[in-house]
Write a protein that binds this ligand. Structure first.
Ligand code: NOJ
Length: 584
């Protein structure tokens, strides 16, 4: 059903919608990041122009007009810097160079020029917590003696116990195994350990050393001078570690556990980290065009996360608690209320996100018919497979609900095509370091990183001119190419276009939220924002909607006429709607 067709009048329903007190004050700001929609491009999986099966910057430049036409404000570009690619580019060996697999600095400049022409900003993914073990500073540190200034760029310590055979503390890597690796000293003897919160190929910088801060300020300026619209800041909570590096019994390995990742952990959320972002904010403000900082600050609770977006720090922080809230009426209402309050308290917008390159896509998560065997991890061929039809219905509904919320929204490439994970990925293709570091106990994140389907021009579905694709695409994606969805008015692609256009024209991003009192026993979760009622049916029965004009429904099956009297339109289970209520 097209957007115009969906604008049908809805008969009066006898239950008057009642609204609770507003949970978010009105915003009069015109600052673009308060209401932005930012689209994440994962370069290696976007579009390959060289035929090697890995996406590249010219591919992004060539196809960027499709993304701009969706109606997004900015692109967050996952790392494209020089890197041995041990963690898909989050192991940077030169922060001022483009990795040859992605192109050249000139290709980046061409991308900025095209983005400027199309009116979208490009946010660069900055990785300041750690670099690659092939970064010149780390190579120098390894070649330099213990106690040298070169070692001071990183966190080197002596081991504990007999012959220093135990690591300096008990911290665990996010990817599994100890967070310390022992080196061989230049003279050939077993030596010190260095800290790596992630893979051993990703040594953590020592942010207590001012030289590290100076280096990153220079890197920031390098990309701002080249036209970057700002930065997504990787692991923005971890730069400073508690002095003395005390043992910590919580888990620092990214697993779903009560101890993770609370702000009391000695490797997260140390107060001095905020000084770093205050300096970065002032650097961004030296530049024209409202350059922004967005924190990947995965700290709990959300009130602590809001510290990253105080007025003189970053502009936005990813709302991970929202992403990790399932198909649950009470939990969704609670986290949205709490987010708006927490971020509102520091005069920052909340952000909303359902998918990214680190978690199973929401079309897969919401289609799960059994609890995940490894929470937070991808599904594999041996696991119970998700219900694809249910997953897509719920994913579209969840997206429509999310895009109705005030604040900033993040989209992950391919969700506008309704893509789920490749849950049948054969293990031999897995590249995520967490797979190898846990001996396959964790499958890792490859399933959500599969190259995009563009058209039927090649056997990689137009991702590459050749058949090559660094991860195999699921067979069902042949029906989900962008080309196949282009002219289908019911396609997920056109649904996203309509939702983004309406969100913008109705100014939902700058609005405020009034919860609709639930009279449906926990089925209908609804709120009003700027005159638009947003409703999501999380239950198993159709729910009557109040009278109004349907602006957009999550699919052509979302609504049903009511019984013989035709007294109301029903919102079906696993569906959402935007409605302009009839004035009484
Ligand atoms: C968060 C990134 O999103 C993830 O992909 C990466 O592995 C870690 N940080 C380490 O940089």
């Amino acid at each position: 059903m097209s957007q115009t067709e969906q604008r049908s009048a809805i008969p009066q329903h006898n239950t008057e919608a009642r609204f609770e007190e507003p949970t978010h004050g009105p915003s009069t700001s015109s600052e673009w990041w308060r209401r932005s929609v930012i689209y994440q491009i994962y370069p290696r999986s976007f579009r390959d122009t060289t035929g090697n099966g890995i996406g590249d910057l010219p591919g992004i430049t060539a196809e960027l007009h499709h993304i701009a036409a969706l109606g997004v404000d900015a692109i967050w570009l996952s790392p494209f810097f020089a890197s041995p690619q041990k963690d898909a580019g989050y192991d940077v060996s030169d922060y001022r160079a483009v990795d040859p697999i992605f192109g050249t600095l000139e290709d980046f400049d061409a991308l900025i020029a095209e983005a400027n022409r199309l009116g979208v900003k490009i946010l660069v993914d900055l990785v300041p917590n750690h670099c690659s073990n092939e970064h010149a500073l780390f190579v120098e540190a390894l070649a330099s003696p213990k106690g040298s200034s070169a070692r001071e760029h990183f966190i080197f310590r002596d081991g504990r116990g007999v012959d220093c055979q135990l690591p300096p503390n008990n911290w665990q890597s996010h990817f599994g195994g100890p967070a310390w690796t022992r080196i061989t000293e230049p003279d050939g003897t077993p030596g010190q350990y260095y800290l790596h919160l992630f893979d051993s190929a990703q040594p953590d910088f020592n942010w207590d050393n001012p030289a590290v801060g100076d280096e990153f300020e220079s890197v920031l300026r390098f990309w701002l001078d080249r036209g970057a619209g700002g930065f997504r800041v990787d692991v923005a909570h971890a730069l400073i570690k508690a002095s003395g590096l005390p043992d910590w019994d919580g888990r620092a390995d990214g697993a779903d556990s009560p101890g993770y990742p609370f702000a009391d952990a000695p490797m997260f959320g140390q107060p001095a980290v905020h000084e770093v972002y205050r300096r970065w904010r002032s650097i961004c403000e030296e530049y024209e065009g409202e350059r922004v900082l967005c924190a990947e600050a995965n700290v709990h609770p959300i009130e602590s996360m809001a510290d990253w977006v105080r007025p003189d720090e970053m502009h936005q922080s990813f709302n991970f608690p929202f992403l990790h809230t399932g198909w649950d009426h009470a939990a969704l209402k609670a986290i949205i209320t709490r987010s708006l309050k927490a971020f509102g308290a520091v005069n920052a917008p909340s952000t909303w996100v359902l998918s990214n390159h680190d978690v199973p896509r929401h079309a897969t998560r919401l289609g799960a018919t059994a609890p995940s065997p490894r929470p937070g991890d991808g599904l594999g061929p041996q696991d119970e497979q998700p219900d694809i039809v249910l997953g897509l219905a719920r994913a579209r509904a969840a997206t429509l609900f999310m895009l109705g919320l005030p604040g900033g929204a993040y989209l992950y490439q391919g969700e506008e095509l309704g893509l789920g994970d490749n849950t049948m990925l054969p293990n031999e293709h897995r590249q995520d370091p967490s797979y190898a570091r846990t001996n396959g106990e964790r499958l890792g994140r490859d399933g959500c990183r599969v190259p995009l389907p563009w058209d039927d021009s090649s056997s990689s579905l137009g991702f590459s001119d050749s058949a090559a694709s660094w991860l195999p695409q699921p067979a069902e994606w042949a029906k989900l190419t962008r080309q196949a969805q282009e002219t289908d008015p019911d396609s997920t692609l056109n649904f996203y276009r309509n939702a983004l256009a309406l969100r913008s024209s109705s100014q939902l991003g700058l609005g405020n939220l009034n919860w609709l009192e639930d009279t449906t026993n926990g089925q209908l979760l609804g709120f009003e924002n700027t005159g638009v009622m947003v409703a999501l049916n999380l239950g198993v029965e159709p729910v009557a909607l109040p009278a109004g004009e349907v602006l957009l429904a999550s699919s052509s099956e979302a609504l049903s006429p009511a019984g013989p009297e035709g007294s109301a339109v029903l919102l079906n289970p696993n569906a959402a709607v935007w409605l302009r209520r009839a004035s009484s």
